[in-house]
Design a protein around this ligand. Structure first.
Ligand code: ACO
Length: 326
């Protein structure tokens, strides 16, 4: 297969900032607790009118502009989300329509926080093949609308946002080297929205208890994440025949600074090699890696020839990583 790489990036977070102190006025929490446990200081919240597709559109438009392509040039649009506009139809299709990408096929991927790294792998397998010159891969989430605003164990952790990349065939010396993915559906209940699917349709008996909202066993996820993150990085490097010492930059899922610190220590890599922006945005789930990659690139931290590893972990359980030469 011809080498495929990212030729345009975009990211969007809503302007409304919600600080830890703002949360402390709503639930029994504090800036000290949230900062000490997670490193998060603030996050962005979408307006009531904004859907996941609206955030995706803005990130996609930026990525297309950077790639020098228009909506009519997009052949495929893959959207990673676990907070879709509606359960059915796909948010990818809604986004495709809003963008005017009329010739693109469009579909969603739900691997929760690891959604975009999965979408990048799928997109890269199409890009450059017959009929698929440009593939748009976007992660977009409006978690503020699926969270229980009365549950302090989850509501303070997340934020809203979107990140996008355009994939194209590129020169031999750069592009995606490969990906490594893993799932364990036995852990599906560790992070879930219990109601709203066909198992427990809404309205359900658990409606008053908030079963329609996001639930997470934080401790179980912690134990999973501190292993899944370094395992993903090692897994992809082994698959593409590279060493940890060759890695220039890791773009980890922005769930928790303590998880990133533990993972980088496990890998024997300094924290300077991990890009973080969760302090400003919290955990934007499937959008966190492309937002972070876009911001790292904008800050000049991703340079031509660099070996960049993007790694994510979360609900599913699902985890994985991509390795690319920039
Ligand atoms: N403010 C103040 N106190 C709180 C808060 C809060 N926001 N949330 C929980 N507490 C309390 C608990 O009630 C508990 O009190 P208790 O001891 O009186 O019972 C105490 O703090 C400790 O709670 P724990 O849940 O044991 O805290 P822990 O040290 O495990 O930290 C955290 C919680 C930050 C959520 C951690 O477990 C974590 O980061 N887990 C991983 C989460 C994650 O990374 N998720 C990403 C995937 S999500 C996805 O895929 C969409």
């Amino acid at each position: 297969m011809a080498p495929v790489g990212i030729v345009g990036l975009g990211a969007y977070v809503p302007p409304k900032v919600m600080t830890n102190d703002d949360w402390a006025e709503i639930v029994d929490t504090s800036d000290e607790w949230i900062t000490a446990k997670t490193g998060i200081k603030e996050r962005r919240i979408a307006t009531d009118d904004d859907c996941t597709s609206d955030l995706a559109v803005i990130a996609c438009e930026q990525a297309m502009e950077e790639a020098g392509i228009g909506p009519g040039d997009v052949d495929m649009l893959i959207l990673a989300t676990s907070s879709p506009d509606v359960p059915l139809s796909s948010t990818a299709g809604i986004t495709q329509h809003k963008l005017g990408c009329h010739k693109a096929s469009a579909f969603d991927i739900n691997a929760v926080c690891a959604g975009w790294v999965h979408a990048l792998d799928v997109g890269a397998r199409f890009a450059g093949t017959t009929g698929y010159n440009n593939v748009l891969v976007v992660g977009s989430e409006v978690y503020s609308r699926i969270l229980n605003w009365g549950d302090r164990t989850t509501c303070v952790l997340f934020g809203d946002g979107a990140g996008a990349a355009v994939l194209q065939e590129v020169g031999e010396s750069r592009g995606l080297l490969g990906s490594w993915m893993m799932s364990d559906g036995g852990g599906a209940g560790v992070i879930e929205i219990p109601a709203g699917g066909v198992r427990t349709p809404i309205p359900s008996e658990g409606f008053d208890e908030g079963d329609q909202y996001f639930h997470m066993d934080g401790r179980a996820v912690w134990r999973f994440a501190i292993e899944a993150f370094p395992q993903s990085v090692r897994g992809v490097l082994e698959r593409v025949g590279r060493n940890l010492s060759e890695v220039d930059l890791v773009i980890p899922h922005q769930a928790n600074l303590r998880i990133i610190e533990a993972g980088m220590a496990d890998l024997g890599l300094p924290m300077e090699k991990a890009f973080t922006n969760l302090q400003k945005y919290g955990n934007t789930a499937g959008a966190s890696v492309p937002i972070a990659l876009c911001e790292a690139h904008d800050e000049g931290l991703v340079k031509p020839g660099d070996l960049v590893v993007t790694a994510a972990f979360g609900g599913g359980l699902a985890w994985g990583a991509n390795a690319m030469i920039w």
